[in-house]
Write a protein that binds this ligand. Sequence first.
Ligand SMILES: [Zn+2]
Ligand SMILES: [Zn+2]
Length: 97
Amino acid sequence: MHALPVPENSEVSGSDCAICQCALQGSMKKMPCSHAFHENCLFEWLQVHNTCPCCRCEIESSCPLYNRMNREKISGDVREEAMIPLEAVQHCEKSAV
Ligand SMILES: [Zn+2]
Ligand SMILES: [Zn+2]
């Protein structure tokens, strides 16, 4: 969170914060995807999400444990998909003929 850069005023002029729908002003933070939000809005958002509210790009949380859990969750999904038994696939192919 604290590592996120503060956007220039010229970058956000005329833009709204996608979290509270209000004009961007005051304390702001910029996501790695270059979307900017109010610092407070983004802080609260990142308590429950680790994605950009605009484009859903994932960011690394400031908590290393959360990052590890998130990575394990993602690799767990991959394992689950790869666990379809070979017999089931062959069975499907036979019944389709
Ligand atoms: Zn806001
Ligand atoms: Zn974004």
